[in-house]
Design a protein around this ligand. Structure first.
Ligand code: ADE
Length: 438
């Protein structure tokens, strides 16, 4: 069995320092970890994770290990791994299969390696681990799952699929894929949708992605946002967070959104709302956050201004038609890390950041630790919930139990010294009764 696969083990010292910094900003996860360390609910449990390998993920993995788990982790994006953190985790004995700049072949080989550990629990961010396992189990093999199957063997994957107790999923795109699996009756074990917990999605998605997306754009371009026409495609939790932060920095924000309610929300929040075809003519910066495919296409790129910048904040690298952009270009330059400049035959140049992959993780460091404190505390508690309750769970997608969701919010408030108002008995009765009228 491959023990680890990282870029440069000598970076471990730097990685440890970064993990310690993150730890100092994640008080809730530290509290969760302290309890896990005493109660050891994961004793004898092997966890296979497919997560972005960042300093915050390292804090989560340490908590799971202290709870008794053996942990193997593959990257959940070919470009998001922080190599020093991966080296530090490997030095601490975690089975890490991740480095920045993996090819598709390497990415799915790493997924094969984590499956080889015979997991009891899967932890996913984007559902590549679960979907690979399900493709192999159900004989729906494609080019990527064949790579993983080549590492583990089809029969062993089938055995693993039958023994997994359950899983968790970190992100919107992953939950959508899992619900599709469940709808088709193909989901093999229960999965908790960590993404949908209120303590996660009301903070991580708008604030975490909102800030780190702009961080990624600024680090890779050093552009001034004030006065720029910034187009956000998608006004969901992530898009609305990006828009709000960009406006706060002085950008003139336009929203492109097909859903009438979300578009109306954007309009009432004071944004310009229009179609992609129109926004394409005047935008300086375009950010996709839709979860859908081909949101920015050739017909849009053809109309864009010279110097337009394209970035993606959605989980998959399918929102911007990279292939189309490549075909339109006569040459490509890489003047800065994370930036590709495509020169068009008509003399314009169009700038693509982070190869159209998650700009916040590829060109910056992902969500700040303070917000991952919430998301990963929910993760740890949800894993525990599955380990302790799997016998009563069907192969469906479950919400995070409300007491876990509220409990994490409560601990976060406690960590920042905020006191909660308590309802009187009279107020509680009033809120639950039907007979009080006007
Ligand atoms: N997803 C977004 N930001 C992240 C981070 N900092 N660590 C792990 N996963 C993330």
């Amino acid at each position: 069995m491959q023990p680890t696969w990282v870029r440069d083990p000598s970076l471990a010292g730097e990685g440890v320092q970064k993990i310690e910094l993150a730890e100092s900003l994640m008080p809730v996860l530290n509290m969760v970890r302290a309890r896990l360390a005493v109660e050891k609910p994961f004793k004898g449990i092997t966890i296979a994770a497919c997560l972005h390998v960042t300093k915050e993920t390292a804090v989560l993995l340490r908590a799971l290990r202290d709870g008794g788990a053996k942990v193997a982790i593959a990257a959940s994006n070919p470009l998001s791994t922080q190599d020093d953190v991966a080296a530090a985790l490997a030095a601490e004995g975690f089975h890490v299969y991740a480095f920045k700049g993996m090819s598709t072949e390497e990415y799915y080989t790493a997924i094969g390696y984590v499956l080889n550990h015979n997991p009891d629990i899967t932890v996913d961010d984007g559902a590549d681990l679960v979907s690979t396992l399900h493709k192999i189990y159900h004989g729906r093999m494609d080019s990527t799952s064949s790579i993983a199957a080549g590492v583990v063997g089809v029969e062993k994957v089938r055995q693993i699929a039958r023994k997994v107790l359950g899983g968790t999923e970190e992100t919107t795109t992953g939950v959508i894929r899992l619900k599709a699996l469940a709808r088709e009756g193909m989901l093999l074990y229960p999965v908790v949708a960590v993404n949908d917990a209120r303590s996660k999605s009301l903070f991580d998605n708008p604030l975490g992605t909102g800030q780190s997306t702009l961080d990624g754009i600024m680090r890779s371009t050093n552009i001034l946002l004030a006065g720029k026409n910034l187009v956000v495609c998608g006004y969901g939790r992530v898009g609305s967070g990006i828009a709000e932060r960009a406006r706060g920095m002085g950008a003139r924000v336009t929203i492109v959104e097909p859903d009438p309610i979300k578009a109306l929300q954007a309009y009432m929040a004071g944004y310009q709302v229009t179609t992609m075809a129109k926004a394409a003519t005047y935008g300086d910066i375009f950010i996709t956050a839709t979860g859908d495919i081909n949101v920015i296409r050739r017909e849009h790129i053809e109309k864009m201004r010279d110097g337009a910048i394209l970035a993606n904040a959605g989980h998959m690298d399918v929102e911007i038609d990279k292939e189309g952009l490549r075909k339109m270009a006569v040459s490509v330059d890489r003047p800065r890390p994370c930036m590709e400049v495509y020169r068009m035959a008509d003399g314009r140049h169009i700038i693509l950041l982070g190869e159209g992959r998650l700009v916040n993780l590829v060109c910056a460091e992902g969500h700040p630790s303070e917000v991952m404190d919430l998301s990963f505390s929910i993760q740890a508690e949800s894993i525990r919930y599955i380990v302790e309750n799997h016998e009563n769970l069907a192969p469906e997608v479950y919400d995070v139990p409300s007491e876990v969701d509220k409990g994490v919010a409560y601990l976060k408030l406690k960590s920042v010294g905020v006191e909660l108002e308590e309802l009187t008995d009279q107020q509680k009765t009033y809120l639950s009764a039907w007979f009080y009228g006007t």
